[in-house]
Write a protein that binds this ligand. Structure first.
Ligand code: UD1
Length: 427
């Protein structure tokens, strides 16, 4: 199993290329199941979850092909052709490793009339239910059965039909499944209280490129006019706003200056507001976002919320950064009940953090010290890398496979801007 070893203290500076977004590509890939023609996704990030999803699509009968990289090795493309759906079952082994597998549910039932997907169950960042995904499909006429750890959704004989879906809470995943099912349902579907994350905009834009008709893109009310069929398309995955935000925190925590090439400021308003709050200069440019640290960081009070609020996917990285702020910060996690697994690990590096219910009180300290640390999810692991970049001495982050799920060539990107970081294999 690989680890990342960081010798902290280097100030980062230079240009770092932002990859295609993990949270977008994992909802764009299942769109290929909605057509028998080819969907080509460009600006594809090279991530373990992308490979995992590719294998899932293969076992549903889709053929996939990876095309060579441009951009100095970044930005590959993938073609996906689901001429026929060979299997409508998403087995436990896939879903267990990758929660995003649940996103084949909507497309499969819309295209093939049925889908059987293993229930994802709880996971490291809390009990993540899928009831809203299922209610959305029921609103489109699907029948749902739960048995032996699997959810089976079947469309009535004539297929799914449009309906009104009104979400009681904002759910990114349930909105994605609902949109992908509705584009092939008969008639009109209205989705109320839809998630408005930029990745959902990316999903809708891709579906429109495939012939779908969607009104209200980017708002919390989507109106979808179902089509009999969709066609192929070529679509470029949006830049990863969470990766960009994570590297902005790397600049902040090392007192550095980074040009995040390709990042889109418009996708990250609350991240940029948070960075400015802690004292960073942030410039939104045509070709990226530039962040510059100016001395010691200020503390901040931040609460996670659905877009355009502050993303839960940035909470851990901001916490790492704020461990070195000049004062006390308050971070409140409102999306997931158990997303503080990085706290004890950061504490082992010298951070002063107390969790009170859903709020973490972070008292800034003068320095962090390197340690062997391990996290149990992707963003928590990134927070440990950030802490390691600033810590005195050597930090070893174990279980790198979490990072490989969501950060393309992390050590290469960071060493390119001055970090002393390497991947080591241990038998
Ligand atoms: C969530 C985040 C997303 C992030 C991803 C991975 C939000 C709104 N969503 O997306 O930004 O990229 O985690 O970290 O910030 N819920 C239900 N029933 C359901 C589905 C969800 O009760 O069927 C609840 C969840 O428990 C949670 C909230 O709704 O409290 C939002 O969850 P949801 O957006 O669906 O989670 P993800 O799609 O995983």
């Amino acid at each position: 199993m690989d680890s990342i070893v960081i010798r902290g203290g280097n100030r980062l500076s230079g240009t770092l290329k932002i990859s295609g977004a993990k949270n977008a590509v994992l909802t764009l890939m299942p769109c290929a199941l909605l057509t028998d023609e080819i969907l080509t996704l460009e600006n594809l990030p090279r991530l373990a979850d992308v490979d995992g999803f590719m294998h899932l699509l293969n076992q549903h009968g889709a053929s996939t092909m990876l095309k060579g990289a441009r951009n100095g090795g970044f930005g590959r493309a993938m073609t996906i052709k689901a001429k026929d759906i060979a299997s409508t079952v998403a087995p436990y082994d896939f879903v267990r490793k990758m929660r995003a597998s649940i996103l084949v549910l909507g497309p499969l039932v819309a295209r093939a009339g049925e889908a059987t997907v293993s229930m994802p169950g709880g996971c490291a960042i809390g009990n993540r239910p899928i009831d809203l995904h299922l209610k959305a499909l029921e609103a489109l006429g699907a029948e749902i059965e739960l048995a032996a750890g699997y959810v089976k959704a079947s469309a009535p004989d004539g297929g799914l039909r449009g309906g009104t879906i009104s979400f009681p809470v904002v759910s990114v995943g349930a909105t994605e499944n609902a949109v992908m099912a509705a584009v092939l349902a008969k008639g009109e579907t209205v989705i109320e209280n839809a998630a408005r994350e930029p990745e959902i905009v990316d999903l809708c834009n891709c579906l429109v490129a495939m012939g779908a008709e969607i009104e209200g893109i980017g708002t919390d009310r989507l109106v979808i006019h179902g089509k009999d069929r969709l066609h192929g398309a070529t679509y470029s995955v949006m830049p990863d706003r969470i990766e960009a935000g994570s590297y902005a925190c790397a600049a902040a925590i090392t007192g550095g200056e980074l040009m995040l090439s390709g990042a889109r400021g418009a996708d990250m308003p609350s991240i940029i507001a948070g960075l400015r709050d802690v004292g960073l200069a942030v410039e939104e440019l045509d070709d990226g976002v530039k962040v510059t640290a100016n001395g010691r960081l200020d503390p901040a009070t931040i609460s996670t919320a659905p877009f355009p609020g502050f993303p839960t996917d940035m909470q851990a990285q901001f916490m790492a950064m704020l461990t070195l702020a000049n004062g006390t910060s308050m971070l409140t996690e409102t999306i997931f009940e158990n997303r503080y697994m990085h706290v004890p690990e950061l504490a082992r590096m010298g951070a002063d953090i107390e969790v009170r219910g859903r709020t973490a009180v972070v008292k800034g300290v003068d320095e962090l010290v390197g340690a062997n640390v391990m996290a149990t999810d992707l963003r928590a692991s990134m927070s440990l890398v950030l802490a390691g970049l600033a810590a005195k001495g050597e930090t070893k982050v174990l279980r790198v496979y979490h990072l490989d799920r969501g950060y393309e060539r992390l050590e290469e990107k960071l060493s390119g801007v001055g970090a002393d970081i390497e991947r080591v294999s241990e038998g």
